[in-house]
Design a protein around this ligand. Sequence first.
Ligand code: S3P
Length: 189
Amino acid sequence: MSEQALSLTRPEIAAIARRIDRPVVLVGLMGSGKSTVGRRLASLLEVDFIDADEAIEQAAQMSVAEIFSEFGEAYFRDGERRVIARLIDEHHGVIATGGGAFVNPDTRSLILERGIAVWIDCDLDTLVERTARRDTRPLLKDGNPRETLARLRDERAPFYGEAHIRVTSQEGPLHATVQEIIGAIDRWL
Ligand code: S3P
């Protein structure tokens, strides 16, 4: 099917948006495009967008890297769980989560019970290429990023696989991924 044939019109998107009664929560590995896709998705659905990592940084008044280095990953995960719970309570339209959030059992249950979980799956080459664009991610600071991403991809796939919806994002038009998510939400609702 051509991309054109898959395209939803504005009125069709508006009709789907009216049926969405809970936050759309994007999950998936670092570099899968959750924030970029999330902003575009929210704009098409005419709802607000929030990035959970940014909300954590605001609440802590520290960067994610600083939280990891000063307090460790377990502390970060606990704060991440609390912040995501608050964001869900606040009824944001689209929430992008950090790559490890959905691996935490409590955070995962919360998202599955109260949100529409969308896993943005992505091939390894694209993840490596996109994550190389900034050096702020603590889990990619040491070692070989490709090996780390490959390992995390294997370890986390079973958890991400619990999401209500899975879409695949390749290098290429963002538009196609966003349209695919909206179509999948329409079928899932
Ligand atoms: C992490 C992903 C990061 C951030 C933190 C840990 C992970 O978010 O939450 O560095 O465990 O995969 P992004 O997926 O937005 O890069």
